[in-house]
Design a protein around this ligand. Structure first.
Ligand code: THU
Length: 148
C-alpha cells in the first residue's frame, strides 16, 4: 500500500475539516467530514447530510464519493475522515462497502483525525473490511456467463 506524502495528507485533513464545517446534521448533532484522494490527483470532500426521515440521511464518505464520481474520478487512493470530537470516527459498515467499490487492486490508507485535525488512527480498507465482496466478485460470474 502506498503511503500518502505529508503535503497531500495535510491538504486532505484540511479538506475534511472544511467539509465537516458544512455538515447538515441537526438530528444527531454529529458533524462528519471526509476527503478522498482520487486517481486523478484531486481531493474530493463531503459532509454528512441528514434528513427528517432519518434513514434517508447520507454519510460524509458517501457524499464525497458522489462528488468524485461526478467530477470523473474512478479510483480512491486514500481517505481521511474527520469526526466531531476527540474520539475515533471510523467509517460505518455501509461506507466501508461504498469505499470498497472504488479501491484499486492495491489496498488504501484510511486515516481518522479528530475535530482539531490531529491524527488518531491510520488503518487501511482491508483491515476495516477483510475478505470483502467487490466488483471483481460479481464480474467474475458475469464475464463467465455463469449467472443462473
Ligand atoms: N456518519 C458519517 O457521516 N460518517 C461515518 O463514518 C459515521 C457516521 C454520520 C451519519 C449521521 O449523520 C451521523 O454521522 C451520526 O451517525
Amino acid at each position: 500500500m502506498k503511503k500518502i506524502d505529508d503535503i497531500t495528507l495535510s491538504a486532505m485533513i484540511e479538506a475534511a475539516a472544511g467539509a465537516r464545517a458544512n455538515s447538515y446534521s441537526p438530528y444527531s448533532g454529529f458533524a462528519v467530514g471526509a476527503a478522498l484522494l482520487a486517481d486523478d490527483g484531486m481531493i474530493y470532500a463531503g459532509c454528512n447530510v441528514e434528513n427528517a426521515a432519518y434513514p434517508l440521511g447520507f454519510c460524509a464518505e458517501a457524499n464525497a464519493i458522489g462528488t468524485m464520481v461526478m467530477a470523473g474520478g474512478h479510483q480512491i487512493k486514500a481517505v481521511v475522515v474527520a469526526g466531531p470530537n476527540a474520539d475515533i470516527c471510523t467509517p460505518c459498515g455501509g461506507c466501508r462497502q461504498q469505499l470498497r467499490e472504488f479501491v484499486g487492486p492495491e489496498d488504501m490508507p484510511v486515516i481518522i483525525c479528530d475535530v482539531d485535525g490531529n491524527l488518531l488512527l491510520e488503518t487501511s480498507l482491508s483491515e476495516m473490511l477483510p475478505n470483502s465482496f467487490g466488483p471483481d466478485t460479481v464480474n467474475a460470474v458475469k464475464d463467465a456467463g455463469e449467472s443462473l
